[in-house]
Each structure stands twice: as C-alpha cells, then as structure tokens.
Design a binder for this molecule. Structure first.
Ligand code: FAD
Length: 375
C-alpha cells in the first residue's frame, strides 16, 4: 500500500503567479512592478473574453502588490489596471497609436496615466473641466492641464479627458491619448511627501499637436466611457482597502500581543480588544459588501453598487487605520509606520471621487438600494 504522505511530498508545489513580485528588489519602482506583472500575464489575465474584469483576479493582484508595502506603487498599478486600461481597451481599433499603447501597457512594457482631474476646475466638478481639444480633419490640438495625476512623472502616455465643445452636456467630452514626450507636454512633480512611489504629478498641455488617430473611442463618448468603467476602479479601491487595512490590523495585533503593561500583554486589555474588534467588524462588513457587489460592478457595470462600495471604503478605512495607529503608540509614528499609512490612505476618500460626492450618488439610488433589502 502506498504511503499517502509520500505521494504528498512528491507532488510539485502549486505555481505561485505572484512569485515574480516577491522576487523583485524591495524598493522596485512602480514601472518595474508593472513590467513584472505584465510579463507574467497578470495584467492581461485580469479581464475575461468580454472585457469585464474578473474580481477575484483583480483582488489577488492588488493584495500581492500591496504586500510589498509601498502604497504609491500599489496606487500606480491600481489606476493603470482598473481605470486607464478599461477606457483604453473600449472600442480600441485594430491598429494605430491607441492599439499600440493598449498592447504595450497590457504587456507591462509601457505605462499610462489617466488624466481626468483638471487644473481649471475642482476635481468634484468633472463636467466643468477646461482642458480642450480641437478636432481638425488632419490633426488635433490639445490645450490645458491636469492635476494630481498618478504615474504622471514616469508614464509613456497620458489618457486625457478633454472637451471638444463648450457646455456641461455629457456628450461634450472626448478621450485623447498623448505621448508623454510630445512637444508641448510638461510634467511637474506634485509637492507632497506622501505616496512617493506613485510618481504623482501635474501635467500641462500647450498646443500639443497630434494626428487624429490619437482620439480614443468616438468623439463625444468620453464621459460615457468614463462612467461605464468607473465601477472597475471603485471595486479595485475596495479590494486594495481590504488588503491594506487587513495588513495593518494583523500588524497591530502582533504588536499588542508583544507589548506588555505590568506584565500583561495589551492584547488582553478589554478596552483595547473592543476597539480592535470594532475595526475587525468594520473590515468584515466591507469584505462582505465587496464580495456581494463585485460581480454586479464588474459584469453589469452597476453604478449604484459601485457608489455604495466606494462610500463604504471612504467610511471604513480612516476610522480603522486611525484606531490602529493609536493602538501602536509612539511606534505608529516611526518611518513608514501606521501613522504614515493612515495619512496615505486618505487617498481612498479623495481619489476617483471624494466620499461626499459618492454618498450623493448613493442617495440618488436610495429607492433601488432600499428595494433590494426586501426578503
Ligand atoms: C494621490 C492622488 C492621486 C490621484 N490620482 C489621480 C489620477 O491618476 N487621475 C486623475 O484624474 N485624478 C487623480 N487624482 C485627483 C482626484 O481624483 C481628485 O483629487 C478628486 O476628484 C477630488 O478633487 P479635488 O482634489 O479637486 O477636490 P475638490 O473637488 O476641490 O473637493 C475638496 C473637498 O470639498 C468637499 N466636497 C467636494 N464636493 C463635495 C460635495 N458634492 N459634497 C460635499 N462635499 C464636497 C470634499 O470634502 C472634498 O474633499 C488624485 C488625487 C490624489 C490625492
């Protein structure tokens, strides 16, 4: 009779698709991490044959990148994989610059920054953006600027949301693909110590002239395409939030177990445990919501579900990370410590739509969301 333990030993270990990330140098920049993910097929593999993101694959990738502990790098990967790529891939032609960018970015060889937030208007007023594109028969001309753009300082391309006519109507906007080296493009670093790995910056476009083939999708469908794919970024944000807060909670528990007061680990202090447990409950609620809504957001592009999930992220991450940072005492203020992570995680309540604005969208869908509660 065969000894079952012997066959177990002989079985090869399951392949680790994220082993490539563990093998990278500790401080590998975002472009290197992106390249490794692309080379391993992890970016291409995020999307199914219909172009919809596969939630569990996206979650696994973001958790693996988050485990590297560089929030800026994770932000860069997230925006490229979940915001820029879906817009670039929608209606991409078979050849030309948009196809070239799409193939290059998906393979990890090239990088793209999504530039929607405008220098000429509040980020919460997307329809007020002033960056303008003149669509001529032989060339397009882009003028304006974008602020706080992730990956701006290292991207090969900018995917720019511009207006081709005045007015706030949703058909007034068009995506334009801009090579970062094109004459008239100027990038300046964002003046911040936070999220350095994200290479965030501001971009000016001064009479940038490009061939008509640099228009992405059909003119006038920019806002529609953005809205349609916004859910993927919101889902990704929730998945990253779960990975990040889960990591900090695990670290906090470990510290509380080791730290003693009068010979007793802080972990045994009832007030500490209850505060910690409250965070855990909040995190599990977010996890349940993410699980429940993931497919609806990815496959049905359900914007009510996406707004609900993003609001939940905004309302969960900050209190949980604030509690963790406090529970770590002075060590929370150490370089790269929990207080730093908490400050960087403010991006969850700002990037891709501030929490207040997303809560407005939840209120818009109140009747639908209430009806879904019926048994
Ligand atoms: C690290 C980082 C990376 C980013 N990366 C990108 C990127 O890659 N691409 C991109 O296009 N943009 C990016 N952004 C920009 C981001 O999307 C905007 O910052 C965001 O949309 C908010 O715009 P704003 O900063 O102009 O804030 P404002 O619109 O000026 O809002 C300021 C504050 O006013 C309050 N407020 C606003 N609207 C309402 C409302 N309706 N109800 C109640 N209160 C309200 C909120 O408290 C809000 O925080 C990034 C931002 C950061 C910080």
């Amino acid at each position: 009779m065969t000894d079952p333990s012997a066959t177990q030993v002989l079985r090869p270990p399951p392949p680790d698709p994220f082993g490539i990330l563990t093998a990278l140098p500790e401080h590998a920049p975002a472009a290197r991490v992106w390249e490794a993910c692309g080379a391993e097929g992890l970016i291409e593999g995020l999307y199914d044959e219909h172009g919809a993101v596969v939630p569990r694959r996206l979650a696994a990738l973001l958790a693996a990148v988050d485990a590297r502990g560089d929030n800026g790098v994770t932000l860069s990967v997230l925006v490229q994989a979940a915001s820029a790529l879906p817009v670039l891939a929608a209606d991409a032609p078979g050849d030309g610059p948009v196809r070239e960018a799409l193939d290059g970015v998906r393979s990890g060889r090239r990088t793209v920054a999504l530039a929607a937030t405008d220098s000429g208007a509040a980020g919460s007023d997307l329809a007020g953006l002033t960056t303008a594109v003149d669509l001529g028969p032989d060339e397009l001309v882009l003028r304006g600027g974008k602020r706080w753009i992730t990956t701006a300082r290292t991207a090969d391309w900018f995917l720019v949301l511009a207006r081709h006519r005045p007015g706030r109507h949703f058909t007034s906007f068009t995506w334009v693909l801009v090579p970062s080296g094109a004459p008239g493009v100027r990038v300046t670093p964002a003046d911040t110590d936070l999220l350095p790995g994200s290479a965030t910056g501001h971009v000016e476009f001064t009479d940038v002239r490009l061939a008509p083939g640099f228009v992405v999708g059909r003119p006038g469908r920019g806002m529609l395409a953005f809205a349609r794919h916004m859910g993927t970024e919101r889902l990704a944000g929730a998945q990253w939030a779960l990975a990040l807060t889960g990591r900090v909670l695990a670290d906090t528990k470990e510290r509380l177990t080791r730290r003693t007061v009068d010979g007793t680990p802080l972990w045994h202090n009832a007030a500490v445990r209850q505060r910690y447990a409250t965070c855990l409950v909040r995190l599990r609620q977010l996890h349940a919501l993410c699980d429940q809504l993931g497919d609806r957001i990815a496959k049905q592009q359900d914007l009510a579900a996406a707004a609900l999930l993003k609001s939940a992220v905004g309302l969960t991450v900050d209190p949980v990370l604030t509690a963790c940072a406090q529970l770590q005492g002075a060590d929370g203020l150490a370089r790269g410590g929990a207080q730093r992570i908490r400050a960087e995680a403010a991006v969850f309540g700002i990037g891709g739509g501030v929490t207040e604005l997303v809560l407005d969208a939840v209120a818009d869908h109140a009747d639908q969301l209430l009806a879904e509660l019926s048994p």
